[in-house]
Design a protein around this ligand. Sequence first.
Ligand code: GAL
Length: 945
Amino acid sequence: MRLCSFAVLSSLILQITASSWSPRDAVETTQLSKRALLQDIVTWDANSLFIHGKRVVIYGGEFHPFRLPVPSLWLDIFQKMRSMGYNAASVYWDWALLEGQQGDYSASGVFDVGLFLDLAKQAGMYIIARPGPYINAEVSGGGFPGWLQRNPAHLRTNETGFLEATYNYINNIGKTISDAQITNGGAVILFQPENEYLNGFATGFSPNVYYVQDVEDEWRNTGIVMPYTDNYGHDHFLPGSGIGAIDLYGSDSYPQGFSCNDPYNWLSSDVQTNEYQMFEIESNSTPPMIPEFQGGSFDPWGGAGFGNCSVLTNEDFEKVFYKNNFASALKIVSYYMTFGGTNWGNLGYPLGYTSYDYGAAITENRELTRAKYSEAKLIANFWQASPAYLTASPEKAQSAAIYTTQANLTVTPVIDSNSETGFYVIRHDGPEGTTNYKLNLPTSKGIIQIPQIQGSLTLVAKDSKIHLADYAIGSYNVLYSSAEIFTQQNYSKYSVAVFYGGLTETHELAFSGAPNATIVSGSGVTVSEIDGATILNWQTSSSRKVVQIGSDLYVYLIDRNSAYNYWVTYLPGTDSDPFGTFSTSQPVVINGGYLIRNTTLSGSSLYVTGDLNTTTTIEVIGAPSSLSCLYFNGVLVNTITGTAPTLSGQVIYNVPYINLPSLASLNWKSIDSLPELSSSYDDSLWTAAVLTYTNNTYRPNLTTPNSLYASDYGYNTGTLLFRGHFTATGSENGTVELGLAGGEAFSSSVWLNSTFIGSYNGVADASSANVSYGLPSLTTGDSYVVNVIIDQTGFEESQTQGADIMKAPRGILSYNVSGYAPSAVSWKLTGNLHGEAYEDRARGPLNEGGMFAERQGYHLPSPPSSNWTSSSPLTGTSGPGVAFYSSSLDLALPAGYDVPLYFGFPGASNTSNYRCQLFVNGWQFGKYGKSFGPYFQMLPFDSRR
Ligand code: GAL
């Protein structure tokens, strides 16, 4: 009987600490940058970053904590990114959510910055911190809080009023981020102040180096010592010592742009083949870096939908464009977005809807169902498993000529001059078709035309491969390989390498020194010896082939789809390991299925955690010690050992019983959410629009006697309501004309007292509108109220310096009640309860708007609905108005399953115009405008609890 026993974790840690570094971790000498560093843990030379003196590739993805308001799920995303082979997350924080009222910084609960950073470390992810203060990011105001609309200084300049406004945010969040720097044992390794600062200038404005320097100084004053990066992409603010200088130069790249309408319409030849050369012109002393490379796309109201955006940037896009990044020798790269998330609670900018799925590798509901997740995993792992890449640089891309005879193929050689390893990135440039070719590959044995034994290589349109020459695996030299490597790992007793290719493709792999090759399993591999090299030639199929090379290298030859199920997971290490708390040496390699999250090792027992979506065989093919026991999610697996050093066993997946209640059969209660129409409605507590001036620099000249800009009165989010009082002096049948501003796709309805006079339904690309409605006849001497409701969609971003577009006001820009002087109408307004002194500290400053039900808090759990009318939203209202519906339901989801849920709004078949918002337990998780979409709304919540 085999005994599988527990050992305490502390002994495990000791064991890992004692293990020796493999060659890739060898300490190298650091060439310092032009200016003195403030710390010595994160350094660099022209090739790569060093962490604790060891060269590393920083390969990451963007993930915004504020777009997943469930802290217990942050670790889930970090782990899914880490298991993808990503070792860093690039992170924005949204100032507007953290300082909703000037001077009142609030970062607890779902806004907890420190917790997020701790979880990153727990998952072994480094952090590239990008807290702004300006972030863009398709968030309301580009991250600027609404109260900045009242600030007389120009945004993103060094005018005192603006700089002073940033201090409180920067001081607070800067302190938390600085506590989590790697110098303090945390995850933060790089820091980006500001964002794409050079994106445009209004007349009279130019690059303001003093502003950039001021922001950099402010962050430094909070204790930030990490190197400064930029994503400006222009020849200002370069590494060096000038005003506004940064440390690491970078430039963003979105080669497909942002239209998802025609997602298959792109060519491989759209890649930029001179990325590296352009980088060298700007900054040849720092590692080539792209801080944001396209990982998906945003999508506007009425856009093609994120399904299309995921196609635009799918696995084919990754094969071509991510491998072109490899060909550009990028050593620091982050894919924007890798998890997009949700624009819940009005946090998005006016051009976008509530989902920010982005078509990213990890879906909005955190699923790994897109092949682009798996393909990105293959590419990232190769990047991480290839130490020679760390010092490699590209030579000029060559079409056909010297490497192949096929004119529609382009080859970029990326050569490591230290090891002589050659990476040959080959791309199919044609719009369609399959090209068979032979490759003339320069190797240590001279130029060899491959394949030598039989067949030819194959590349289809929209594909790219990395062929190898003189690539080290353990003590063996891969003379060449046409098959791509997923990973290769070396343990004290053996090495393992996983090669993959497309189904039916012929591949050839050669080892120098003619080591023995023994077929361990599978068939169809031809083994030959030519000029002192052992050559394997095979046709890729879904049936795996395992070949033992020499005494201790196990080579797995598999097809791409099978490779999607392979995982590399890192074992716990120490703080001085390059990857946070995880060791990079000797990770565990598993053939496993849906998701392998984590592994820990205790003696000969391996503890694996992961997620399954079907009954799955978990097969460990590489581990640092001989294994006899395997646990999956804490349960001992019945295992068998293989001929190669493998341990495997089946884990049963029990299909959960999920029985969601039907929304139609719930006990719905409803209340009128526009009591303002009633003649007895008392607005004495509303804010009187009394300001005769505005400080708004975007629209400084009022065209109304008093300002009707909502932000001048502290209302910065959600629905706005205005009431214009006047007394009739005649009985004319006139009109009301209104100039309304609410952001793209905003809408509005207007009543005279309780009489509906008109609606504006909005268009996706207009942020303001002039409307004119006929008035019913009036009775002289009577008091009237023009009730205006505006469903606004947030503040514009503010990319162009000096233009201050973020300050484009929301509210009423002009009005005319025919026959009346403007001053005859006196206005009151309201928005969310208590405006910037917002009530709901848990859900933050933007979640609630100004509708009656929101001001009363009826959207929060357990509203006092017992006396409300019984009425369902599926029936709806019969006329113009605002109705609020509430019900409660029990999801009764089974324990131990992660069950993503969404709401669908099949509104397209309904002919009347309406808008609706969805609140779940008080959180606004969806805003739907008929004909604008989206039709589905994800619910970010953790069902595992
Ligand atoms: C970048 C910007 C990001 C985001 C992205 C598009 O240029 O830095 O904040 O807006 O474009 O999603």
